[in-house]
Design a protein around this ligand. Structure first.
Ligand SMILES: [Mg+2]
Length: 209
């Protein structure tokens, strides 16, 4: 019988495992008197959505991180069921851009919704002031032997695809600018749901090419 080595799948946390952006926009609306909904977030660059400076946008995201709201985010539709299926066949790790100082919040919802699914959580520290602690997801994937990354950031999937890591881009309002055809040419698989992700990862051909 053919025996596969267990492959390692890297899964992004925000807007892939949990619906962070709905919570973040709600917080923003309450704090700054705006009325954004998820479909308004057409860009990953929140300063373009909120019409403020980069520094101001980072400050607002950090304020959200510190507010405690992050502990109340809900899982993305189908994510809990998908992890139960995928953990049978793969080693799963979380690779998040959240700063490491918010590990407690990250652990809280991971253990609440995805207990015993992930063997490690890696942080790229995207928004911290100390640039020396920032990392690329491709560095973590190569260092940890991650075969495949599931992420909603175009930058992250492109970064990983360029070094030969298989990538799935979870379609969200802020990553629709790149058409499916272009992504496929770049070696990136666009996906619209967790059901599609599971079907893709379990299909016979996915790890062949
Ligand atoms: Mg994300």
């Amino acid at each position: 019988m053919e025996r596969d080595k267990r492959r390692t799948i890297g899964v992004d946390k925000d807007d892939v495992l949990v619906d962070l952006n709905t919570s973040l926009q709600r917080f923003h609306n309450e704090q700054y008197g705006t009325s954004f909904v998820l479909d308004d977030v057409y860009s990953f660059n929140l300063w373009e959505i909120w019409q403020c400076s980069y520094e101001e946008a980072v400050g607002r995201v950090i304020a959200y991180y510190k507010s405690g709201e992050m502990k109340r985010v809900l899982p993305m539709e189908g994510a809990v069921e998908a992890m139960e299926i995928l953990k049978q066949k793969f080693d799963l790790v979380i690779i998040t851009s959240r700063p490491k100082e918010f590990t407690a919040e990250t652990l809280y919802t991971t253990e609440k919704y995805f207990p015993d699914c992930f063997s490690a959580i890696y942080h790229t520290n995207l928004l911290v002031a100390d640039w020396k602690t920032k990392r690329k997801k491709s560095e973590i994937c190569l260092e940890q032997g991650v075969d495949t990354l599931i992420d909603d950031s175009l930058d992250n999937v492109r970064d990983c695809a360029l070094v030969g890591i298989k990538t799935l881009l979870y379609r969200r309002p802020w990553n629709l600018s790149a058409p499916d055809e272009l992504l496929m040419q770049e070696g990136i698989m666009p996906v619209k749901s967790w059901q599609e992700i599971v079907d893709c990862l379990l299909s016979k051909g996915f790890f062949v090419n």
